[in-house]
Design a protein around this ligand. Sequence first.
Ligand code: PLP
Length: 454
Amino acid sequence: MVCFMTDEVQGDARLAQHRHLATEIPGPRSRELLARREGVVARGVSHVLPVFVTDAGGGVLLDVDGNSLIDFGAGIAVVSVGNAAPRVAARVAEQAARFTHTCFMVTPYESYVEVCEELARRTPGSYEKRSALFNSGAEAVENAVKIARHATGRQAVVAFDHAYHGRTNLTMALTAKNMPYKDKFGPFAGEIYRMPMAYPLRWPGGREACQANALDTVKSLIHTQVGEDNVAAVIIEPIQGEGGFVVPPDGFLPGLADFCREHGIVFIADEIQTGFCRTGDWFACEHENVVPDLVTTAKGIAGGLPLAGVTGRAEIMDSVHVGGLGGTYGGNPIACAAALGAIETMAAEDLAGKARRIADIMLPRLHGLAEKYPVIADVRGRGAMLAIELTKPGTLDPDPATTAAVSRACHQAGLVTLTCGTFGNVIRFLPPLVIGEDLLNEGLSILEDAFAAV
Ligand SMILES: Cc1ncc(COP(=O)(O)O)c(C=O)c1O
């Protein structure tokens, strides 16, 4: 049995905030459960790390074999407030004991309205807003597109290379990457037009050319290939998530928003991964004072309960006829209770500030790694949404094999890391924002050891 340093109990008082390896990863009980799952769960639903979890909180995940792992994934940017965060858990328990569902479209309840009030208050833009609540990020994106088409009477939707917007039919069409998201799942929804993304590392001619030309290139392609007057919406992640944590150069997002405004195009910011304090602001658009017409939210909004939203200009949202939006479970009362607990936690504990602090700790160490290992071609991201991109040294040829090997070494040492990127060559870091600093530093040391070992 190996037991490592104990952290201060930060972020979660229920669980010891330390890494502890009782078995190999995955351990025997997890392997048993994995074999059982193979007999009944579809293989298309995969795992990053097949340890079966029993408890989680702060910056750790506990598994069925008695291991305590450091969490740099937060359930893919969901449990920013920590797992089973006290305010979330208390509100969920209280709501579950009172009523679990009525369907907001049948008989409404106050918490749905309160969540929409919070969304109006917290999302960028001081204009009058309306929101509608859904169950998943993909569903929010689908509805944002429905609303934009209805409001403009136009059909075309512009999305970007490396984009990820979900796995439903319309959102698969918006998502760029074929494998594993789209392969043989077509035909896809029509009237989607893909533009090059302002990806500084990979823009032809390099970073400066990206800064100088990306916006004009996109505007020109929209003009020549689609026609501004045909475009209902431009949808973009302010920092791309699954596509590789791609951060566009300064000026790209504001310029795109201006272009949309000029041509009556609805500018949709997909803040599903970036939103709710993850990047050091409540929303990533705030970094450059970009004010979208519609914002899609999910993931971090409700501390792990399924909830998503579309929030935007009242005149766009309310262009839809009565009864045109909704769904049986959208804005479920337990999910709304969780969201109110999560938002209260973010405000009370200044989790945007915590995300910036995480960047202050992580970035110098990630840059140090990049200096030592030329396989790291880029360190990027903002707040607690950070990543490293791995290429064959001195080239832009992606190195997914080293990426997978480093990630695997981290897993075996008890650190949950995720990969992403169109080429599978990006390791991304999304710790819960409440993670203790000792644990964060220990996770980084594991990453350093992993690079030394592979
Ligand atoms: C930017 C973005 N949009 C949409 C989605 C889809 O959300 P969901 O998985 O909740 O459908 C995701 C999920 O990773 C995402 O990162």
